[in-house]
Design a protein around this ligand. Structure first.
Ligand SMILES: [Zn+2]
Length: 297
């Protein structure tokens, strides 16, 4: 499971938020669908090579009618076909990004910032003909949105999505896959492209990566001028910086061992520089994530 309810805060947290917690309390997580106790796994940076997740204990099961139980089957089917219908979408999905505008506590050593999602909505929905309808819920980072985009490729035109400053109102129209260099009419979008992981430039105030997108040098048959992503992270805590770097490392590790089948996809709400079309700038921690995925998503 990608997320769980934290009974101490009554918020739903993404599994990746475990990377930011200095000492994880294993007892406090519950299934968001039915409340069964679940256990955090693979959350130790530097030891676990996979991204974190939540798992049922050996003897546990979801309670009857839990909408998380069975999610896996839907996700498998969704790789090849649309799983939604005119009656709705069978799983909970994020449909709105709302940034928590309280200033984050700037603690440079070990702050805790939970990436919560609005859990109350996950259990909302009526049961007609045995199938739940889901109308979407609010999330606080783009990561669950990016995961939904990847998991349900044939439903993108039908799933509603709203992100402030971004045009579009569905997954299909909000996401912009970067390809050749273009000066965009509207500079801010939720962009995505594979990371060109051999290049990064890091300073105390920013970090910059090249993307595997941009101009192609036909003569030499290689990437010409690439797009670049600059993350202005001077307001970020050390934990936040390390979490992004670690997530990128996890995705790159998967990509490296895959013979080109897997890429490290960077998703970010960025603004294109109005003088330099190759430069896209991100400033907020909640607006960037990196996920491993197939070479075309
Ligand atoms: Zn459950």
């Amino acid at each position: 499971m990608d997320s769980a309810r934290d009974i101490a805060t009554d918020e739903i947290i993404e599994a990746e938020a475990l990377w930011e917690i200095a000492s994880v309390d294993k007892e406090r997580y519950r299934c968001v669908g039915c409340g069964t106790q679940v256990w955090p796994a693979s959350y130790l940076r530097g030891i676990n090579k996979k991204r974190p997740y939540f798992t049922l204990g050996v003897a546990s099961e979801h309670f009857a009618l839990c909408n998380i139980d069975g999610e896996e089957k839907f996700v498998k089917r969704a790789a090849t076909q649309r799983i939604g219908s005119v009656e709705g979408f069978p799983l909970p999905f994020p449909n709105r990004l709302v940034l928590n505008d309280e200033r984050p506590v700037v603690n440079r050593t070990g702050d805790v910032m939970h990436d919560g999602v609005d859990g109350r909505v996950r259990t909302r929905g009526d049961s007609t003909r045995g199938q739940r309808k889901n109308h979407g819920h609010t999330v606080k980072t783009i990561r669950p949105i990016a995961k939904t985009f990847m998991k349900f490729p044939h439903d993108r035109a039908f799933l509603q999505l709203q992100i402030q400053d971004c045009e579009g109102d569905t997954y299909l129209t909000v996401f912009w896959r970067l390809r050749e260099l273009t000066q965009f009419h509207h500079p801010t979008h939720l962009y995505c492209a594979p990371l060109h992981w051999k290049q990064s430039t890091k300073t105390d105030t920013s970090i910059e990566w090249q993307l595997d997108a941009g101009d192609w040098d036909k003569v030499n048959n290689r990437r010409g001028t690439p797009y670049r992503v600059r993350v202005d992270w001077d307001q970020w805590s050390t934990t936040q910086r390390n979490t992004l770097l670690h997530e990128i490392e996890v995705a790159i590790d998967k990509a490296k061992g895959s013979n080109g089948a897997v890429k490290a996809w960077l998703f970010f709400v960025g603004k294109q520089d109005n003088q330099d079309q190759t430069l896209l700038v991100v400033n907020r921690y909640q607006l960037i994530c990196c996920l491993e995925g197939s070479k075309s998503i």
